[in-house]
Design a protein around this ligand. Structure first.
Ligand code: NAD
Length: 394
């Protein structure tokens, strides 16, 4: 079949098999070209949420920057005869094929990472194939979580807290800037969001790995968070998502305590805004990201997903390195996004931006391109008029 993008709101319902493979290859090539990573960095890495965005980039840096064995876990949709798979499904295939060709161990488990059944399966694979894990990357982003003990289905809400929020946003497809009115979350919606995106599941994973003696001495774990600019705080850091992320901070301290006797540690790493499936669904964020990308590109400091994660690993995670932590003990690699020069320029543009001047003040085009790239579209060298088999790569 010939695969074209089919966009519905903030999701693309098709993914291009060869495009996704080429996107993974581009990221591998970027990491391989850095050549600076030490081969002694990581041996066995578990990546939860390995199939896209920051989790995929982490797996690529671990596997191809540090030649680490990786076990990846994700929840993706398989293809059917006439229907493409989700992008992450093709990404996993492409990663595994490239790892195999490079002689690096890679195994992927597809299913619900929030379930005890998946934890059991992962434990079995680690025991049989890897031994002990020295780095666990927690990069899940999901709108729902079925609690493994109560069976309750929690749904997250991306909402402000306290009062109605009137704020600027952009319709990504139409390019129209407008004001939206966002209703505040109820207490129940807030609690559900913490249950989905907070730290409890991370703790359960780390407890299981420790109890089953699957963590190497000095093992590290890192979970990703976003704080961002005051411009997005009302919907992010001071909203339901911020509550969930604060719970991640709580969990990092609890996990660190639990790992102390094996010399291990847990950190939350604060990353920069990028375009991902998860971030595209957050109101206001696409407008902020469009302005941010324009400013960072103008200042020559734009980082994409893979270059950002490479910087995280090589300057903050590699064993023995001195980490740059904030007063909450978080690793900060959002320093460039939050620099005065960048934030000053973005904040100056924010009140001025309209549908008419967005092309001058912002980089919505860059946002759209990155969005399509997530689904394997717009990748250099891919023939999008060629027939492809949705069941595989090629
Ligand atoms: P993403 O949507 O690109 O990837 C999410 C991953 O989670 C995918 O691999 C998906 O398969 C997996 N997943 C979802 N539900 C699952 C389940 N039940 N079981 C197994 N796997 C499941 O997300 P992303 O934007 O890369 O976000 C990853 C983390 O990084 C999140 O914690 C997010 O808050 C954080 N972060 C994102 C940004 C950003 O701008 N995108 C910025 C800073 C921090």
């Amino acid at each position: 079949m010939i695969v074209k993008p089919r966009i519905r709101g903030f999701i693309c319902t098709t993914a291009h098999p060869t495009g996704c493979a080429a996107h993974v290859r581009e990221q591998i090539n970027y990491v391989a070209a850095q050549g600076a990573a030490s081969a002694n960095g990581f041996k066995n890495v578990l990546v939860l949420g390995c199939s896209g965005g920051y989790g995929l980039a982490s797996r690529i840096v671990a596997g191809f920057g540090y030649q680490a064995n990786t076990l990846g876990i994700s929840f993706e949709k398989a293809p059917a005869e006439n229907k493409t798979a989700s992008a992450g499904w093709y990404n996993n295939l492409a990663f595994e094929a490239a790892a195999k060709a490079a002689g690096v161990y890679a195994r992927t488990l597809d299913g619900d990472a929030f379930s005890d059944a998946m934890r059991d399966q992962a434990a079995e694979v680690i025991r049989q194939d890897m031994g002990q894990i020295d780095l666990v990357v927690y990069s899940l982003a999901s709108p729902v979580r079925q609690h493994p003990h109560t069976g309750e289905l929690h749904r997250s809400s991306i909402k402000p807290l306290g009062e109605v929020l009137d704020i600027k946003t952009v319709h990504v497809e139409k390019g129209e800037v407008s004001e939206v009115s966002l209703e505040p979350a109820t207490q129940e919606e807030s609690a559900n969001t913490v249950a989905v995106m907070g730290g409890e599941d991370w703790e359960l994973w780390m407890q299981m790995l420790k109890e089953q003696d699957l963590l190497a001495p000095g093992a590290q774990t890192v979970a990703y968070t976003y704080i961002g600019s005051e411009l997005t705080w009302p919907i992010y850091w001071e909203g339901t998502l911020g509550l969930a992320k604060a719970d991640l901070d709580r969990a990092s301290r609890a996990i660190s305590d639990n790992l102390a006797d094996i010399g291990g540690s847990a950190r939350v790493a604060v990353l920069k805004a990028i375009v991902s499936q998860a971030s595209s669904a957050i109101p206001v964020v696409p407008l902020y990201v469009a302005l941010l990308f324009k400013v960072m590109k103008e200042q020559g400091i734009h980082e994409d997903c893979i270059s950002h994660i490479y910087r995280l690993f090589s300057t903050q995670l590699v064993p023995g390195i001195e980490q740059r932590l904030d007063d909450q003990g978080r690793i900060r690699v959002d320093d460039q996004e939050l620099s005065d020069a960048v934030q000053g320029a973005v904040k100056q543009r924010w009140p001025q931006v309209t549908t008419e001047n967005l092309p001058q003040l912002g980089d919505l085009e860059g946002f759209r391109e990155d969005f399509l790239r997530i689904f394997g579209f717009g990748i250099a060298g891919v023939d999008y008029d060629a027939e492809v088999d949705p069941l595989g790569i090629g």
